[in-house]
Write a protein that binds this ligand. Sequence first.
Ligand code: PHE
Length: 388
Amino acid sequence: MKLFTRKSFLTLGALAATGALMTGCGGSGAPEAGVGATIKIGEYASLTGSEAAFGQSSHKGTELLVEEINKTGGVLGKKLELIVEDNQSKAGESATIVKKFISRDKVVAILGEVASGRSLEAGPICQTAGIPMVSPSSTNPKVTEIGDYVFRVCFIDPFQGKLLAEFATKTLKAKKAVILSDVSAAYSVGLASFFKEAFTATGGTILAEQKYASKDKDFKAQLTAIKAMNPDVICVPGYYTEVGLIVKQARDLGIMVPIFGGDGWEAPELIQIAGGEALKNTFYSTHFSPAQDSPMAKKFVEAFKAKYAGEVPDAMAALGYDSALALVEAIKKAGSTEPAKLRDALKTTDFVGVTGRTKLDAKRDATKPAVIITTEGGAFKFLQTVEP
Ligand code: PHE
């Protein structure tokens, strides 16, 4: 855990918690979770490293919500104090951070992580300690299976795999597909298998399942093998850093068929890495598009641009906002910040957020529409909404 990162974000956190810290009672030294002048919430995210785009975006959404709540007086008469830590996109860091949140900072709840693998790492610690954790965007089913203190505000990958399979068969008219997945990411392994199940169920054929690992840079061996199989489409359920290189190298090898994946593609870096030309005829599914026109989404896009120098929010920013909103709603409903009461209130989550109605089922998962995005002229473009 990088301490300097913590400090700089504590400064932001302190700004977000405005009045609370300026009155001189920052809540430090509170003996128990939930007892103090502020309501302490821990947020762990990949603010640096290979998935930095995810963590930064999600954090910005979360920070915006916290600021809005604090401007209107906070919750239960107290300001929210967001304590933010960077796991550098590295395995092992999230566990350390979450332990610190619980034992040292005495947070009442924890927000994170974007990536399923890191939620799977930290979730069991929250579960054992009895501190609610709300993931904005981890889509692997195993995340909430950890236990009843773990929640998420996004759809899950059986839905995402199925909608990608339907998109491939109906829109792309594909009969033969190849999957190229990241064996080092729980998200990728899961989404690959859900896609495969749904694609074969509709009569499609998976010609091969090729693999890579996070941080790989050269995919030519897999891609050359894929080219020889002559698939109609290639499904790459990975994260943007590797996906960008895969798309670029595929096009360099003359593979021009559609390439698609899930929400892990979503980052401006994808366009920088692959280039707009290579991204022609590529598609991905995700949770939100700034082109959506619900009143809440519009208001969010405006507020986000105003706070972050005109930056347009993506799905992670929207889900980061909704994850914090779920927690605020639960605190209000519970009338308390006692973690067990928060857990019970979170179980009945049902509100309209930026990404739509967020109603949790018995497994603490949300059912929500997805959007499909394509790239045109070097920019992402909203294609369609897929209802669950
Ligand atoms: N769903 C991905 C995972 O579970 C993370 C992600 C969410 C990536 C939203 C991009 C956008 O790991």
